[in-house]
Design a protein around this ligand. Structure first.
Ligand code: ADP
Ligand code: MG
Length: 661
């Protein structure tokens, strides 16, 4: 059979419509569909033109080569042209009650002759019958389905010799028509098949029934009784039954051998591949394999979508029964006689297109990448379009597929991404919180600087003069009053001092500090009641750090003072210094009253204090916070104020880079 070399690519992807559901990958018997970057693409060099993908794609993202324009041109050119209707037409045009009306419609398109390919089937059946009874022990695969022929030639080339060396009914018809009507006759085949378009150079064009319907629409041709006319000769006999599975066999009178297992019938991509594989392995002792890539031609991709298989079968049977009722046996015999002189032989060539199987290492690597490490991970769920995880991995190595097609793997990856997003959300929230805090502190800083500056001098004057007065006055009541003034002025000075510190914290002057000595000094500088002991734990390899000594001293004393103030009943304060990487960590733990959960957020806010009037200013922790930030560090607090939940107390932890510069 001379392949029609004009049409390299029969099936195309409409990229915009493809939703990458992998249904086409699953349905493609030769894995000719490549998924790269989430786009499906038909590889013409692998495609056998079966049209399965066109049939199954719900998005209409797979289309096949359309030739209606070319055929219209041909008909316009005035060349004598014959339309050869495939025997499956009664299953397609079910709405047209009399087949003669359909014939008339086709004629109206401009065809000089409208003939039945079923006669070609009659011819081919005779040849098959002869072959079946003549053949040696080697089994024969029917070669009337072009998709099966391509499959064997390309993917089972060692079995090419098993293909029946006979042309298809389509080519047989063409040879007959040319003999009967002249070699100049142009041939347009019309059927349910996409692969037919590239089957043979002996056919000028092959259209599908869907394309024929398109042409009817374009030329506004409707079923009309006035159009009715019969087929042009040769009229077909039982060959009309061909398109249903077993059709060829019914014509060959070998039904009995089916039961004996001498004849194997398989249809549909899975059964066909299974049958061929078993046959090639020599496990089937069959003399004849009748294979149809679709579930019979009546389910071909060139048929309208909606039809039901068994309904279509009965349409064919009805047509054949009706036809055989007023069958002109004599005329048929005469034509068959003429057909005898026609050579129906052909030959097939090996064209190996199998891709080498990748090394097991490469496959294992891909499987690992998809998280498939042991047998329980091999779900073989088929969601990717491949039957097994290993087949999918092989396709990935071959560049036909990608890891994302694995649903369990992608879901797992998605979960991980969700976790990551959640984590970054949390981080974002805490960063936002910290930002809010520093903004607040920055405003406070500006305000404080102003107030402190204005109040500092008058306060100095008040303190100075009230002290002078205190020295000069002897009257006791006035003295008590003056003492109160001095005391309260002192308190104001403290607040103002705090505010000034707070405002000054915009710069740090780093000096080298021996941390252990520094912390010991801070402990000595606070007033510690007798019922409180302060313990220092040091775990440092390198004792030196670079801090602003004044500022950091304030941080430590503030925290220590808070700890002391939180322990009216006494107890122990633990100061620990340790290191982690480039950072040092200073933790101050007390056994005090703790901080209530609702106050935890507020403790770093300026002027927040729970202490009684005169005792707290609420500036200690904001100051610490600011200084630690200026040193590029972090300050955290953990606390428990509920005795039911365990020992109460608070721990402030400061983490600072050894050298913030
Ligand atoms: P002040 O000490 O003047 O009240 P701070 O800013 O130093 O201001 O502290 C703010 C508040 O945080 C305190 O009033 C107290 O409620 C709480 N606090 C700080 N440190 C501790 C601690 N070690 N134990 C319990 N509460 C604390
Ligand atoms: Mg304080």
């Amino acid at each position: 059979m001379a392949h029609n070399t004009n049409y390299r690519q029969l099936v195309f992807t409409v990229k915009d419509r493809c939703r990458v559901c992998y249904t086409c990958v699953r349905e493609c018997p030769v894995k000719a569909i490549k998924i790269i970057n989430g786009q499906a693409e038909v590889l013409s060099e692998r495609c056998i033109g079966c049209g399965n993908c066109v049939r199954v794609c719900r998005q209409e993202a797979k289309v096949y080569l359309r030739l209606t324009d070319e055929v219209s041109e041909l008909l316009k050119s005035g060349q004598r042209t014959a339309a050869c209707l495939a025997p499956s037409f009664p299953a397609e045009f079910t709405e047209i009650k009399d087949y003669r009306i359909l014939v008339g419609m086709v004629k109206k398109l401009g065809f000089e002759l409208v003939t039945e390919v079923a006669f070609g089937a009659d011819m081919v059946s005779v040849a098959y019958k002869k072959l079946y009874h003549q053949q040696d022990s080697k089994g024969i695969i029917n070669s009337d389905c072009p998709a099966i022929v391509y499959y064997v030639e390309h993917y089972l080339p060692e079995m090419v010799d098993n293909l029946a060396p006979l042309v298809s009914p389509m080519v047989a018809s063409s040879r007959f028509l040319k003999k009967k009507y002249g070699d100049d006759l142009q041939i347009v085949f019309i059927g349910p098949c996409v692969a037919k378009k590239a089957e043979s150079d002996e056919i000028d064009y092959a259209l599908t029934f869907t394309e024929l319907r398109e042409m009817f629409r374009q030329h506004r041709i409707k079923p009309d009784e006035d159009l009715a006319c019969d087929f042009d000769p040769p009229f077909a006999g039982k060959g009309a039954i061909f398109p249903v599975s077993h059709g060829l066999l019914q014509n060959m009178d070998v039904e009995a051998d089916i039961t004996k297992g001498n004849v194997i019938v398989a249809e549909g991509r899975i059964n066909v591949k299974d049958a061929l594989t078993e046959f090639s392995q020599g496990t089937l002792n069959a003399r004849h394999l009748e294979l149809l890539c679709c579930e019979g031609c009546i389910m071909g991709p060139g048929m309208s979508e909606e039809g039901k298989k068994y309904m279509r079968r009965s349409c064919i049977s009805n047509y054949v029964t009706q036809k055989l009722e007023d069958f002109d046996q004599e005329q048929w015999k005469a034509n068959m006689e003429l057909a005898k002189s026609i050579d129906l032989s052909t030959s097939f060539v090996q064209m190996d297109r199998r891709t080498p199987i990748p090394s097991s290492n490469d496959i294992a690597e891909i499987l690992k990448k998809m998280g498939k490490n042991d047998p329980s991970d091999f779900l073989d769920c088929g969601a990717c379009g491949y039957d097994t995880c290993v087949e999918h991995a092989i396709a990935i190595v071959q560049g036909l597929a990608e890891t994302e097609m694995c649903l369990p793997y992608t879901i797992e990856k998605l979960h991980q991404s969700i976790d990551k997003v959640n984590l970054s959300n949390q981080e974002l929230a805490s960063a936002r919180e910290a930002l809010k805090q520093s903004e607040k502190l920055a405003h406070m800083g500006q305000l404080s600087a102003g107030i402190a500056h204005e109040l500092n001098n008058p306060l100095g004057v008040i303190t100075l003069y009230s002290n002078l007065l205190l020295d000069e006055i002897a009257d006791d009541t006035t003295k008590t009053d003056l003492k109160l003034i001095v005391e309260q002025a002192e308190r104001c000075r403290k607040i103002v001092g705090g505010l000034l510190n707070f405002a000054r914290k915009n710069q740090v002057r780093l000096t080298q500090i021996h941390l252990e000595k520094f912390v010991s000094r801070s402990i000595q500088s606070i007033i510690c009641p007798e019922n409180i002991t302060i313990k220092l734990q040091v775990d440092l390899d390198d004792p030196y750090v670079f801090f602003d000594a004044d500022q950091m001293m304030q941080v430590l004393t503030n925290l220590e003072k808070n700890a002391v103030e939180a322990m009216p009943e006494g107890g122990e304060i633990t100061l620990s210094i340790s290191e982690k990487g480039e950072d040092v960590i200073i933790a101050i733990s007390d056994q005090g009253i703790g901080i209530s959960p609702e106050n935890m957020e507020k403790v770093f806010t300026p002027f927040f204090t729970t202490k009684e009037v005169g005792k707290g200013t609420g500036l200690g922790l904001p100051l610490c916070y600011g200084i630690v930030k200026m040193h590029k560090g972090k300050i955290d607090v953990k606390s428990n104020n509920e005795p039911e939940k365990g020992p109460t107390g608070t721990t402030f932890t400061i983490r600072l880079p050894r050298n913030p510069a």
